[in-house]
Design a protein around this ligand. Structure first.
Ligand code: 13P
Ligand code: SF4
Length: 331
């Protein structure tokens, strides 16, 4: 018993047992540590409400990459998922980029393994490769252009019409872009589990009960669902749309985290989450990866400057080219 207590004390002195000190005011400590370390906290709209509330900047994937590219902070704390923090690191090889939980991945990024994609690409040597930012550094290094959901059309339109394109990894966004641009891009067969969890049947029933509501959706959703949406856009696009619309009721098909901002910005509008296929207690769809970041992990991560993102320098040199192309075309 005594040995256990002394081992605990030892761990506590090293700061490893903060997990057992629930009296910490995480918000106060995070703010203090941010100042002390000249750190910036970037958060995606899908993060937990309490994290969005204390972030220095909350945005969609594009805005977060743009912030990461221009920050003069010494440390970047990324409250998002791995590919987002990895992009920030590629843009800032000499800065420390922290991610509160290294296991915060992305089902869409996982649906495109580099070895398989590299083989696929070899079969189409005349194609240029446009990849959605939701992919690994290895996939970015195999790409000509990176895009996000808010600039994808612009990026694809910037490529000459006669040039054949491979689009990866999201087949839903790819199919939507083919429709929007009139192209016939070759699509990698990847998808996001969260956006494919919405039920069209339940959505239609819900719409019947709220006929005055407008259905809006993220383009990672399946094409049959996008067909019934009146507006399709990135997380920032969806927020802008609701803010500027004179409609007062919306059914929103994207990850539930966005509802926090949407409701805060539009207290007089009715925001209804689109129903998921699974009959669970929550009507909405949550990204388990995004929700892995908690205030406690955020605090520990800033305090110990761990875990941090590492990207092999050679790989980063290749991966930065399509990212910078995207940033240039998005100005
Ligand atoms: P946005 O670029 O719209 O923020 O989307 C990020 C994402 O992961 C959607 O699932
Ligand atoms: Fe990836 Fe989907 Fe989560 Fe976005 S919502 S981070 S695409 S798993």
């Amino acid at each position: 018993m005594q040995r256990l207590e002394s081992a605990k004390l030892n761990l506590k002195q090293k700061g490893y047992l903060d997990i057992e000190t629930p009296n910490i005011d995480y918000v106060k400590e995070i703010n203090r540590l941010k100042k002390e370390k000249n750190a910036i906290l970037l958060a995606h709209y899908y993060q937990r409400d309490e994290i969005q509330e204390i972030a220095d900047f909350v945005g969609d994937s594009l805005a977060l990459a743009q912030q990461a590219a221009k920050t003069d902070a010494d440390v970047i704390i990324f409250a998002g998922v791995h590919f987002m923090a990895e992009t920030a690191k590629i843009l800032n090889p000499n800065k420390k980029v922290l991610l509160p939980d290294l296991l915060a991945g992305c089902s869409l990024a996982d649906s495109c393994p580099p070895d398989k994609f590299s083989e696929f690409k070899k079969q189409y040597p005349n194609h240029v490769v446009v990849t959605y930012i939701n992919c690994s550094a290895e996939i970015k290094a195999l790409s000509d252009y990176v895009c996000t959901s808010s600039n994808a059309k612009k990026i694809v339109d910037a490529i000459p019409k006669e040039q054949p394109i491979i689009f990866a990894p999201d087949r839903n966004l790819g199919a939507f872009l083919n429709k929007e641009t009139g192209r016939n891009m070759l699509l990698w067969d990847g998808s996001c589990l969260v956006h494919e969890a919405f039920s069209l049947e339940k959505l239609i029933d819900l719409h019947k009960a709220h006929a005055d509501a407008e259905i809006i959706a993220h383009p990672e959703s399946e094409s049959h669902l996008l067909q019934v949406a009146k507006y399709i856009g990135s997380t920032a696009g969806l927020l802008n749309h609701v803010r500027n619309s004179n409609k007062t009721k919306f059914i929103v098909a994207t990850e539930a985290g966005i509802l926090f901002q949407m409701m805060q910005e539009n207290p007089d509008k009715d925001i209804i989450p689109a129903p998921a296929k699974e009959d669970n207690t929550c009507a909405c769809s949550e990204c388990a990866y995004m929700k892995m970041n908690t205030l406690q992990k955020l605090y520990l991560c800033i305090k110990h400057e761990l875990p941090y993102i590492e990207v092999n320098a050679e790989l980063a040199k290749k991966a930065i080219i399509p990212i910078e192309r995207m940033l240039e075309l998005s100005k």
